[in-house]
Design a protein around this ligand. Structure first.
Ligand code: AMP
Length: 286
């Protein structure tokens, strides 16, 4: 496996392979790789001839009071996972090469970024949209894989690629969960043992919402309250938002008439967790 740090070397490697007709797959990450990342890497390995994984903790997507400095950076462990999974290039750009002196462009996707994570983390999605655009420019992949775990991010990336004609095929893969259902996340390491045990309540809340939809409930307020009731059982966990949304626009719906996404964010101690479930409406007898 090649480790490339310079953007120019990365682009050179990709351009050579593209000229030979090789299909390049790409999995962008911030490292601290876990089974969720691994599933994206495995799928990309199956779908593409050559595979690039980037590891870059992007400072511009962190807020001033967020965890940028303490974000886990176990680079040897990450490279070992990439090697195990047959990754061809581990691309590890530095902050200085990503944002050299004089850098000034920002990419924004205003409507998709407006609510939910965008509201809780005001500059987050501009940081994500800008770094993804830059990484696509550097890596020049044919296909890039993202996790459903970050649902709003996956919608944003699809919109960005369409609007800017970036010519990258985007695939979104299901959320990988721990045995009890907690969505895997690099931030789960911040949870104490006790918090870890209670954190699963977010997933349980979303499941409760999905269950009432499957029984035929269409009123979003009732669905939302079913989710909230489950989360309220853990008095130490505070809810940031619980929403019933259109999965394409991320706008909240008042009545469930077709597929919806249930979005949730909670705080467990000082750790903020997000999760989501896509739910189909039950078939009605005609
Ligand atoms: P991150 O390193 O957190 O920026 O995530 C890199 C990619 O992995 C993103 O596309 C995430 O959505 C995806 N990802 C993170 N956690 C999971 C998970 N539990 N299951 C599937 N994909 C995930």
């Amino acid at each position: 496996m090649k480790i490339i740090r310079s953007p120019a070397a990365m682009t050179g490697w990709s351009e050579r392979l593209r000229r030979e007709g090789v299909t390049i797959g790409f999995v962008p990450t911030m490292g601290a790789l876990h089974e969720g990342h691994r599933s994206l890497i495995r799928e990309a390995r199956l779908q593409c001839d050559a595979l690039v994984v980037s590891i870059f903790v992007n400072p511009t997507q962190f807020g001033p009071r967020e965890d940028l400095t303490k974000y886990p950076r176990p680079i040897s462990h990450d490279r070992a996972i990439c090697r195990q999974e047959g990754v061809d290039v581990c691309f590890e750009p530095t902050v200085e090469t990503m944002y050299p002196t004089g850098f000034q462009t920002t990419v924004t996707v205003p409507a998709v970024a407006r609510r939910w994570e965008g509201e809780a983390r005001p500059h987050h999605f501009a940081g994500v949209a800008t770094v993804v655009t830059k990484l696509f420019g550097m890596v020049r992949p044919h296909r890039a894989l993202f996790g459903q775990k970050d649902f709003q991010q996956s919608v944003l990336v699809q919109q960005l690629v369409k609007d800017l004609n970036l010519g990258v095929d985007i695939a979104v893969r299901p959320t990988v969960r721990e045995q009890d259902g907690l969505a895997m996340s690099s931030r789960n390491v911040y949870l104490s043992q006790d918090e870890r045990g209670r954190a699963v309540v977010l997933y349980k809340g979303l499941q409760a919402g999905a269950k009432v939809i499957r029984t035929g409930e269409t009123d979003a307020r009732i669905i939302q309250s079913a989710m909230a009731q489950v989360i309220l059982q853990e008095s130490t966990i505070t809810t940031d938002y619980l929403a019933v949304c259109d999965p394409r626009t991320l706008e909240p719906v008042s009545s469930v008439t077709s597929r919806v996404v249930l979005l949730g964010a909670v705080r467990v101690g000082s750790v903020r967790l997000i999760d989501n479930l896509l739910v189909n409406t039950p078939r009605r007898a005609s």
